[in-house]
Design a protein around this ligand. Structure first.
Ligand SMILES: [Zn+2]
Length: 361
């Protein structure tokens, strides 16, 4: 199997017919050991079972798996050859799990593309539901490998002279919080967990697990969240506590610009920017499909920089022109509006002759 893997992995593109294994070919997996490693007596066949695994190197065989044991001392094979190819409780081989996991999480491919890739390269046809299953198995395996390798990560971080612990959670509205602990400057994610909310109990638990596995950090960096601060105080009170500069400025900025921001949002809504841009996009797409646009990209660029030039637009072939006028008009209106909200910022904006109709609208 190793030799086959070495040969097959050197080939790009679709596997040649000579490398495709016939479906349902018979394979017997039996350990070459004949004597018991504990007492030296001869081993006997303990159990025989059949399996129909699926894998990149295995193809789709019918496997007869033979497990051996010692009749005298009761020793049994801890991990026979079959378990090196296929994980317990499943029929998909490790190499297939890794192929799908990398396609999904590294290459960000959708299910259909992954299935096509398996079919085209390996001649394997899988049900669509298999992609989700294999992706989850890949993540479970990755988490297990991460746990096993934590002592190695700890040794490297100690050799570096320690690490700074960065803590933060992120979520989309209506979803759980994904909370991560990252070691700087390595950018290694040491622990991550999903939480119902950023609460002291769950953050403390994650912090404890991290400190137990890789040791205490030299400093902790986080945003101004009171729950993170409380969890940090509960688990590692003596470690210097730092506030992230970005989050600090963001919070200050939010407070300082709260009122002008609300005004700007209201102004943008009043100007109906979104529907105007959506219409413009729709028309541009339509023109492109027809293969002719009434206005060149350069001309559009010019109009957006100098909206007053739109006064001279020939509006007779009005079919597709009005969205451009709207857009250019909106740019001017937005400029006037923004100038009233942020006078100091907009002083630097080049002043232009604004058509009276737009200024009043
Ligand atoms: Zn024995």
């Amino acid at each position: 199997m190793k030799l086959r893997a070495q040969l097959v992995l050197q080939l790009g593109g679709r596997l040649p017919a000579a490398c495709q294994l016939p479906e349902g070919y018979r394979l017997e997996i039996v350990s070459p050991e004949d004597t018991c490693p504990d007492c030296g007596r001869g081993l006997r066949r303990n159990r025989t079972s059949t399996h129909q695994p699926v894998g990149l190197m295995l193809g789709r065989p019918c496997v007869r798996r033979v497990q051996k044991g010692c009749p005298d001392c009761g020793w049994t094979e801890p991990r026979d050859g079959y378990r090196q190819l296929v994980p317990p409780g499943g029929n998909y081989a490790f190499d297939l799990i890794v192929e799908v996991g990398l396609a999904r999480f590294r290459d960000l491919k959708p299910d259909t593309e992954i299935l096509e890739q398996l079919e085209q390269r390996w001649g394997l046809t899988l049900p669509r539901s298999a992609v989700g299953l294999l992706s989850h198995s890949f993540l479970d395996g990755l988490a297990a490998v991460h746990q096993v390798r934590l002592p190695g990560l700890r040794a490297q971080l100690e050799e570096d002279g320690g690490y700074a612990m960065h803590l933060d959670g992120t979520c989309e509205p209506g979803t759980e919080v994904l909370f991560a602990i990252v070691a700087a400057p390595r950018s290694w994610t040491l622990q991550a967990a999903k939480m119902t909310s950023e609460n002291v109990g769950e953050i403390s638990q994650l912090l404890k697990a991290c400190v137990e596995s890789v040791g205490s950090p030299v400093a902790v960096m986080h945003d101004l969240s009171p729950t993170i601060r409380q969890a940090k105080e509960a688990v590692i009170p003596d470690v210097p506590d730092l506030i992230c500069h970005y989050h600090f400025l963001e919070n200050v900025g939010t407070k300082l610009c709260e009122k002008p921001h609300t005004k700007l949002t209201q102004a943008v809504r009043r100007l109906k920017t979104r529907p105007a841009l959506a219409n413009l996009r729709k028309d541009i797409v339509r023109w492109n499909r027809r293969g002719k646009s009434p206005i060149s990209p350069q001309r559009m660029e010019e109009l957006l920089s100098h909206p007053e030039g739109a006064k001279d637009l020939d509006l007779v072939p009005c079919g597709g022109w009005w969205p451009i006028s709207c857009c250019v008009g909106w740019t001017t209106s937005a400029r006037i509006c923004a100038a009233s909200i942020f006078p100091s910022i907009c002083r630097a904006w080049p002043s232009t002759a604004v058509p009276a109709a737009w200024a009043s609208g």
